[in-house]
Design a binder for this molecule. Structure first.
Ligand SMILES: Cc1ncc(COP(=O)(O)O)c(C=O)c1O
Length: 447
């Protein structure tokens, strides 16, 4: 079996000749026969090299909030590009975009642009360490904060059933090439466990520079924060003078204009944004509450980037926010996502499958198991064999979420009612055929 049609297969062969494993980012490799090559995107769809059309629920791992190739954003970017992009000086559109970001977010005093989520969290962590003069950072199991060495521990690629004791979790390194010594500066905890968090602060609060958290677990299923979890985190950080970093790379400009801060009502000291902020253009930002601004303004804590605030990225941000500001895109996403989540739930229940549809209408996933997951360790009870094979069948029929439940389905303002109807139809038949073949399904390898 292969997801590649003949022309896509030829192009993937070319890709393998030029790019290692045929991809520019490790997460895109689905195997030699199944990695797709895309010719173009439009609205909520992508088209592969054979001209096969897919309803796209990956949306580039989340950035595409308005739809692929949104004309308003593309025009703004085109205009910016033809006037020069990088000047080694602050430029007009960069200021306009930053003002827009601060204006819609409401809580930050100032910000800086950068290019990727990885850079944004790296700088946020350095700022927190420099500002507190402490080294230790706490992250949560299953969360991903980018590809830098600092936080590549117990990400969603870790074995969910082998993370050590809940009381003393093992930070599992997600890659070779990270110096062993760095492990000493990272602690991990299960997400959503308020009691463990509070005990952790009793023991280590005085040594802790920062807590970095995806306020909603966008890298495992889209699990939502338990009532009180973020509030208690905020309280403990204040009590112990620890910097609270919200990594809103996935939630920012996706859960709403104010991202997770707006959705959950807790305000961090630093937040990182990327993805939906630029509708697919490479841009990120680090937003700071007033007390953090001195960390950079006084100098001594390095932050830099040749392309940070470049005109193309800034124009994309300004135009994306202008398109999001009246709320209609978010209303559309809410409607679409809710219809899909409900439709999935109904079909799973009708077929007697133990499963939970978890998350928010703009990013959600299906947990194939009993109960509702609240932390990454629950994935040890998720039936990836059923899920992955079912999604594989969906992709064959032109509906394309990520074939791994840890990565949520993303919805955008350009998904239509027809997309929703076709998605649910394809889902149902993929579910039925997968259940019917359950005994002979190929097993699933963890990455
Ligand atoms: C929550 C979170 N933070 C940071 C990153 C890293 O962003 P980038 O891939 O732009 O470096 C990601 C990427 O998926 C992410 O999901």
């Amino acid at each position: 079996m292969s997801l590649q049609g003949p022309t896509t297969a030829k192009w993937f062969e070319r890709a393998r000749g030029a790019l290692v494993n045929g991809v520019s980012s490790g997460f895109r490799y689905w195997g030699d026969n199944d990695t797709l090559v895309i010719e173009r995107g439009y609205a909520g769809h992508v088209v592969d090299m054979d001209g096969k059309d897919y309803i796209d629920y990956q949306l580039g791992f989340g950035p595409v909030i308005l739809g692929h190739g949104d004309e308003y954003v593309a025009d703004a970017v085109g205009r910016a590009a033809s006037s020069g992009t990088v000047f080694a000086m602050t430029q007009r559109v960069e200021i306009e975009a930053a003002e827009k970001v601060l204006d819609v977010l409401g809580w930050p005093t100032a910000m800086r642009f950068t290019n990727t989520g990885t850079e944004a969290t790296m700088h946020a962590i350095r700022l927190a360490r420099g500002w507190t003069a402490r080294d230790l950072v706490l992250k949560f199991e299953g969360a991903y904060h980018g590809a830098h060495d600092y936080m590549l521990y117990s990400t969603a690629s870790a074995p969910a059933g082998h993370l050590g004791s809940r009381l003393r979790p093992l930070p599992i390194q997600a890659s070779s090439g990270i110096p062993d010594a760095l492990r000493a500066y990272v602690r991990t905890l299960p997400y959503n466990d308020i009691e463990l968090l509070s005990e952790f602060f009793d023991d280590h609060g005085h040594d802790l520079a920062a807590v970095i958290v995806e306020p909603m677990a966008g890298n495992f299923l889209g699990v939502l924060p338990a009532p009180g979890f973020l509030e208690e985190m905020r309280r403990l950080c204040d009590e112990h003078e620890v910097v609270l970093i919200f990594d809103e790379v996935k939630t920012g400009f996706r859960l709403g204009l104010q991202g997770a801060v707006g959705a959950f009502g807790v305000v961090p000291d630093i937040a990182t944004y990327a993805k939906a902020m630029g509708n697919g253009f490479p841009v990120a930002a680090i937003a700071l509450a007033e007390k953090m601004v001195e960390g950079w303004s006084l100098g001594g804590i390095a932050q830099a980037g040749t392309y940070s605030g470049n005109a193309v990225a800034a124009a994309a941000v300004k135009a994306t926010i202008e398109r999001l500001e009246d709320g209609s895109a978010f209303r559309r996403i809410e409607q679409t996502g809710t219809a899909i989540m409900k439709g999935l739930e109904e079909r799973l229940a009708a077929h007697g499958v133990d499963a939970a549809v978890v998350g928010h209408p703009s990013m959600f996933s299906i947990f194939m198991g009993e109960g509702t997951p609240i932390e990454f360790r629950d994935l040890a009870h998720h039936d990836a064999r059923i899920y992955n094979n079912m999604v594989y069948a969906m992709i064959e029929h032109g509906v394309a979420p990520c074939p791994d439940a840890r990565e949520p389905w993303f919805t955008c303002a350009a998904h239509t009612d027809e997309d929703v109807a076709l998605t649910l139809e394809v889902f149902e038949s993929a579910l039925e055929s997968t259940i019917a073949r359950a005994g002979d399904l190929p097993s699933v390898e963890d990455d």
